[in-house]
Ligand binder design. Structure first.
Ligand SMILES: CC(=O)N[C@H]1[C@@H](OP(=O)(O)OP(=O)(O)OC[C@H]2O[C@@H](n3ccc(=O)[nH]c3=O)[C@H](O)[C@@H]2O)O[C@H](CO)[C@@H](O)[C@@H]1O[C@H](C)C(=O)N[C@@H](C)C(=O)N[C@H](CCC(=O)O)C(=O)O
Ligand SMILES: Nc1ncnc2c1ncn2[C@@H]1O[C@H](COP(=O)(O)OP(=O)(O)OP(=O)(O)O)[C@@H](O)[C@H]1O
Ligand SMILES: N[C@H](CCC[C@H](N)C(=O)O)C(=O)O
Ligand SMILES: [Mg+2]
Length: 487
């Protein structure tokens, strides 16, 4: 049990009805989870309004209600806390409730359109290899040192974040690397956390369904840097023009990294092949198994972050050469009949362009590049024709297919993608809704030496169709089909 007064510390309260000297069991923002003596935080969401569930939360046993608008009917046995932002109050209360766990470890947030999972995961790997206990909050998995938890979001809700951080405290974790998504910042999921540093990767088209305009999307990312304290570091990629924007109003110590322009941390690509990248970082050569120009940025960001967190340069370079690729990020194998199959999580126009350009820069002219790609439903529809254009312009053949259609009709999503294909590329494309059939067709089209790229779902092990999750794994599917076809 915790005293309400204590968990309200630093919450900007507008009014209180009732006593704050009550002991509470747990905090929830979903009325369905409420039991006796809990706090219910009512949040205005994107599909429904948590305030309409106040009555039902009280019936289930809530003794405290945190809300933006006080209900008309006040129960005398309940304490009401009126705040300007329930989601912000929730984040601060969550931190207090779990004993401000972010203050007991070094927490680094990684934000940007692409590269967050790669950077956060590789930092986790690197610091583990350096001998520390480490935590990770990522799209793929949550790790409390060696313990794995299923990830539901890129950036979990503030209660879950603080619960995981508390577990990390209990395990003696020294460093935690977390992805900070734009939804996470906008919904105040990271509010009240004490960050040791923030890393910005890049900014390109994504989530314009949610943020309305690119400027709004950029400003949400910037808010993360605006909130960093002065003892923290802000490390940004200045080859991306928005890197400088992120630093405009931050109080944190400013550091830059870049491959093409002057920066605090720079690198040169000496070699780029299917076996990996040879880089020159800060005058020293380092070999990494990661493939593609974009990974040079990720490796450089990792190098700089590790140095800023106090690791020795020589050790960092040695550890970088031991890092393995992240699940579903340029994950590939070569079949017995020499077809290369690559599974990659490129689900934005920019990521798709980068991955295709990387493959084109390391393949020879007589090898075909066959791409299988789709777009998710109930997500930014304006990226669809862009991805259709990029896939068809940069591949020799393309099979458009379904990703996670969610509540949308897959054929309608595919139509949107096809609308971006220019007439000169019509002949290269075909569309097959069933993802397994699409992958099979790509495999049948491929000859020895050719490359198949399956983009968009990376590590995902399901396909979300109408709210139902069906088992589906791009990597296992292509592996199985290529084996079958060899027989
Ligand atoms: C659009 C969006 O981000 N939605 C998130 C949001 O839910 P919401 O605003 O839709 O909530 P709502 O359903 O309208 O409900 C409003 C409130 O009423 C409450 N409620 C509802 C029903 C009930 O019976 N009782 C009750 O109390 C809900 O618990 C909620 O507090 O808050 C929820 C709790 O934190 C999130 O789980 C949910 O994520 C949804 C599932 C989602 O798909 N989010 C994606 C888009 C997302 O966040 N993605 C980013 C990554 C993006 C990237 O890769 O860059 C991420 O960080 O994962
Ligand atoms: N630094 C980078 N710049 C551009 N593209 C990248 C970069 N790093 C990775 N990518 C591409 O973006 C895809 C997604 O990478 P990653 O999962 O690391 O990004 P993310 O930011 O975590 O994405 P999400 O928003 O879905 O969590 C990769 O599969 C790759 O194609
Ligand atoms: N984190 C991203 C992942 C998209 C992956 C893609 N497979 C899809 O389902 O759209 C999002 O929620 O937009
Ligand atoms: Mg991610």
């Amino acid at each position: 049990m915790k005293l309400l007064k204590d968990i309200l510390f630093k919450v900007a309260i507008q009014s209180v009805v009732g006593s704050t000297e009550v002991s509470v069991e747990a905090i929830h923002f979903n009325s369905q989870k409420i039991v006796e003596n809990d706090v219910f935080v009512a949040i205005k969401g994107s599909t429904t309004n948590g305030h309409t569930y106040i009555k039902s939360a009280i019936e289930k046993g809530a003794i405290v209600v945190v809300c933006e608008v006080l209900p008309e009917q006040i129960e005398t046995a309940v304490t009401y806390i009126e705040v300007a932002s329930s989601s912000r109050a929730l984040a601060i209360m969550a931190s207090n409730f779990y004993g401000n766990p972010s203050q007991n470890l070094k927490l680094v947030g990684v934000t940007g359109t692409n590269g967050k999972t790669t950077i956060a995961t590789l930092l986790y790997q690197l610091f583990k290899k350096a001998g520390y206990k480490v935590g990770l909050l990522s799209t793929v998995v949550v790790k409390v040192d060696n313990k794995d938890f299923k990830a539901t979001h890129t950036t979990p809700d503030s209660l879950s974040i603080n619960r995981y951080l508390k577990e990390m405290n209990n395990e003696g974790v020294a460093f935690c690397f977390m992805e900070v998504s734009s939804h996470g910042i906008h919904q105040n999921r990271t509010e009240g956390l004490q960050f040791e540093g923030g890393v910005f990767t890049n900014l390109s088209h994504d989530h314009l369904d949610y943020h309305d305009t690119f400027a709004a999307y950029r400003d949400v990312k910037k808010r993360f840097f605006d909130q960093l304290p002065k003892q923290a570091f802000a490390l940004v990629n200045t080859d991306d023009k928005n890197g400088a924007v992120m630093l405009q109003n931050t109080a944190a110590k400013k550091y830059t990294y870049a491959l093409k322009s002057y920066a605090d941390y720079t690198a040169q690509i000496l070699e780029n092949s299917f076996n990996g990248l040879l880089l020159k970082i800060d005058g020293s050569e380092v070999w990494t198994r990661l493939v593609g120009d974009f990974n040079a940025y990720n490796v450089l960001a990792i190098f700089a972050t590790a140095e800023l967190l106090g690791l020795e340069k020589v050790e960092v370079l040695r550890l970088i050469s031991e890092l393995k690729s992240v699940s579903g990020r340029f994950q590939y194998f070569i079949s017995d009949n020499k077809i290369t199959a690559i599974v990659d999580y490129a689900h934005t126009p920019d990521a798709l362009k980068n991955v295709l350009e990387t493959i084109n820069s390391i393949r020879t002219k007589n090898e075909e590049l066959i791409t299988v790609v789709g777009c998710g439903g109930d997500r930014d529809a304006t990226k669809r024709p862009k991805m259709g254009h990029i896939a068809s312009a940069l591949s020799t053949k393309v099979v458009f297919t379904s990703d996670n259609p969610r509540s949308e009709v897959p054929e309608a999503i595919i139509k949107d993608i096809e609308n971006g294909v220019e007439p000169q590329n019509f002949k290269k494309t075909l569309s097959i809704t069933d993802r397994e059939q699409a992958i099979k067709t790509a495999c049948q089209l491929a000859n020895s030496g050719d490359i198949i790229l399956i983009a968009g779902k990376g590590h995902e092990t399901y396909q979300d169709i109408n709210g139902m999750r069906f088992d589906f794994d791009d990597y296992k599917t292509v592996e199985k089909i290529l084996k079958q076809l060899q027989k």
